[in-house]
Design a protein around this ligand. Sequence first.
Ligand code: ADP
Ligand code: MG
Length: 243
Amino acid sequence: MSTDVEVTGLHKSFGDLEVLKGIDLKVEPGEVVCIIGPSGSGKSTLLRCVNLLEEPSSGTVRVGGTELTDPDVDIDAARRRIGMVFQSFNLFPHLTALGNVTIAQRKVLKRDKDEAERIGRDNLKRVGLADKVDSYPAQLSGGQQQRVAIARALAMGPEVMLFDEPTSALDPELVGDVLAVMRKLAVDGMTMLVVTHEMSFAREVADRVVFMDGGVVVEQGPPSQVIANPSQERTRSFLARVL
Ligand code: ADP
Ligand code: MG
């Protein structure tokens, strides 16, 4: 199941600092949108506003027709429809891979142990870790830990997945396995919003690339346009630094 996301007129300030200055962004069901841009441009804040880890100062966020910014909406229920993967994996060190992938299913979704474990194993298999169910985080590489974090998010049955620089903390040789899992997810039709510096991933997988700078969307379009032939000077100078 996948759904759409629509951000309209989104502003976010921290005190006097206006970080998001009116973002409009629509992600279609099953679409993969990669967000690129310099550090401090508001990419993480945008993702965090999409699942209401941050409260927008103004503007609306809609997921599958439900307006998350509506004060009457059940935020916890709405948030459950959105999976998020961060740069840091944040696994529980005292739980195995399977334990990490089942705990929220049991506590939040109230699934019984057998069902949570079945779904947990399915999702660990989906990210290529069928043989690591009983391993603790310390016994796993960074790339494997990040794949556990992806499985943990998927086990909750999200309709949309948000990724915030999921490979930035990884040794270069471990990046490929994580990107491969994300590529598969994209092919399976998941709606994905991905903040990344991996231009090759954006070029190959993104339906659309959004370049942000200074809290605004400077330009967006297919990768063949934004990455290969950007129209804005700010995009060109950013790409010259990262490519
Ligand atoms: P990016 O992910 O593009 O690097 P961020 O969204 O993390 O950018 O940050 C954009 C700006 O917002 C930065 O100047 C950052 O310091 C500021 N910022 C982010 N979160 C907070 C916060 N919780 N409180 C104050 N300032 C913040
Ligand atoms: Mg960030």
